[in-house]
Design a protein around this ligand. Structure first.
Ligand code: TLP
Length: 346
C-alpha cells in the first residue's frame, strides 16, 4: 500500500541533494572542533540568524534542554505556555535534568499575553524562586502551527529586558513562521537571547537541530552538549544535510503551507469534521471531530487501514502535518481517503 503520512514533518527523508552532499562532505572529529562541515553549518546558521554563534545538536529536545540549563540555575523558574512542547513533550527534562520549576501561563492559541508574563515574573521575596527564563514556541505545535505575532514578541522582549530575564525561542519550525510572515528568520530571532530550530522537520534533514546565541551562551552550550552525551564525532555526515536544509529547503515550505490550506478547506466540507481555517498559518492542522460517537483513536485506526497516517490530538481531534515528502497528488488522495473513511463511519 502507498502510505500517505500526515503524522509529522519529522517523517521527511533526506533529499537526493542531501545524499550527494553526504558523499562529498569533508569530515573530522567535531569534539575537537575539527569537522569542517559542522563548522560550516554552524557558521551558516549563525549568519542566517544574525547571532554570534551556533551549535549543532542532535535533537530539538536537547537544544531546548541545553538552553534551559545555560540560562537558568537549578531551583529557578522557567515561564512556559501551558501547551508548549517543552512543558508537555520533553519528558520533564526541565525539572529532572535542569532542576527548574515550570511556571505555566495560559495562552490563547499558544500566544501568551505580555501582561500575564509581567505578572508571572517573581518579585523579590524570601519565599519565592527567581524567574530564570521565559521560553516561547514559534510556530506553536499544539495550536496547529500558528505563528506568534511579531508585536507580541516585541512586547515580551521589552519585559524580559526590563527584568533582566533571558528569552529563549523553541523555534522547532521557525522557518515555517518566517515563510508565513514573509520575513527573514532573523527578524523573528532578534527578540531572543537564544533560539533553537530544527533541521529535521520541514527542512527534511534526517537528524539535527541548531542552537544559536551569543559567544558566551554557545561556549557554555557546547560544554553542556558534551555532558548530555551529544558530543558527536564525524558529524559532518549529517551536518552536510543541514547545510542543504538551510540553503535549499526554506523556499519550498510555502508549498507545504498551501497543501495544509487545501487540506483544511477540503476537510471542513466533510460532515463530522471541522477545521478552523483562519488558524492554518503554516503546515499543521488540527482537525476536530464533530461526531459524538467517533473518537480520535478510532478515526486514526480507520485511516490507517486505508493507508493514511495521522496522530490523535486528544479525544476529539487529529493532527495532520504537510511536508516535503507529500506532493499535491498524494495530498489530494489523502483527502479523498479521509472522506471515504468518514462516509463509511456514518
Ligand atoms: N515535535 C514532534 C513531536 O515530539 C510531537 C512533532 O512531531 O511535532 N519543539 C517543538 C515545537 C516540536 O514540535 C518538537 C518535536 C520539538 C521541539 C522536539 O524536537 P526533536 O523531536 O528533534 O527532539
Amino acid at each position: 500500500m502507498n502510505i500517505i503520512d500526515f503524522r509529522s514533518d519529522t517523517v521527511t527523508k533526506p533529499t537526493q541533494g542531501m545524499m550527494e552532499a553526504i558523499k562529498h562532505a569533508p569530515l573530522g572529529d567535531d569534539v575537537y572542533g575539527d569537522d569542517p562541515t559542522v563548522n560550516r553549518l554552524e557558521q551558516l546558521a549563525a549568519k542566517i540568524m544574525n547571532k554570534e554563534r551556533a551549535l549543532f545538536v542532535p535533537t530539538g529536545t536537547m537544544g531546548n534542554l541545553i538552553a534551559l540549563m545555560v540560562h537558568a540555575k537549578p531551583g529557578e523558574e522557567v515561564i512556559l505556555e501551558r501547551s508548549s512542547h517543552i512543558f508537555l513533550y520533553e519528558v520533564a527534562g526541565a525539572a529532572r535534568v535542569a532542576g527548574l520549576q515550570t511556571h505555566i501561563l495560559e495562552g490563547v492559541d499558544g500566544v501568551m499575553d505580555p501582561e500575564d508574563i509581567k505578572k508571572g515574573i517573581r518579585r523579590e521575596d524570601i519565599h519565592f524562586p527567581t524567574t530564570g527564563l521565559i521560553a516561547i514556541e514559534n510556530t506553536h505545535n499544539m495550536a496547529g502551527g500558528m505563528v506568534q505575532p511579531l508585536e507580541n514578541l516585541a512586547a515580551i522582549c521589552e519585559i524580559a529586558i526590563e527584568n533582566r530575564i533571558p528569552l529563549h525561542m523553541d523555534g522547532a519550525r521557525l522557518f515555517n513562521a518566517a515563510v508565513a510572515l514573509n520575513v527573514d528568520p532573523s527578524e523573528i530571532g532578534k527578540y531572543f537571547d537564544s533560539v533553537m530550530f530544527c533541521l529535521s522537520k520541514g527542512l527534511s534533514s534526517p537528524v539535527g537541530s541548531m542552537l544559536v546565541g551569543n559567544e558566551e551562551f554557545i561556549k557554555k552550550a557546547r560544554k553542556l552538549r558534551k555532558m548530555l552525551g551529544g558530543g558527536m564525532r564525524q558529524a559532518g555526515v549529517i551536518a552536510a544535510c543541514g547545510i542543504e536544509s538551510l540553503v535549499k529547503m526554506p523556499d519550498q515550505l510555502i508549498v507545504d503551507h498551501k497543501h495544509a490550506a487545501y487540506v483544511g478547506e477540503a476537510l471542513n466540507q466533510i460532515e463530522g469534521l471541522r477545521v478552523e481555517l483562519e488558524k492554518i498559518h503554516t503546515n499543521i492542522l488540527n482537525v476536530f471531530i464533530d461526531k459524538e460517537t467517533l473518537s480520535s483513536g478510532t478515526l486514526v485506526e480507520k485511516l490507517k487501514e486505508k493507508g493514511v497516517l495521522a496522530n490523535p490530538r486528544g479525544e476529539k481531534a487529529i493532527r495532520l502535518v504537510t511536508h516535503h515528502d507529500l506532493n499535491k497528488e498524494q495530498v489530494v488522495r489523502g483527502v479523498n481517503l479521509i472522506n471515504e473513511c468518514m462516509l463509511e463511519l456514518r
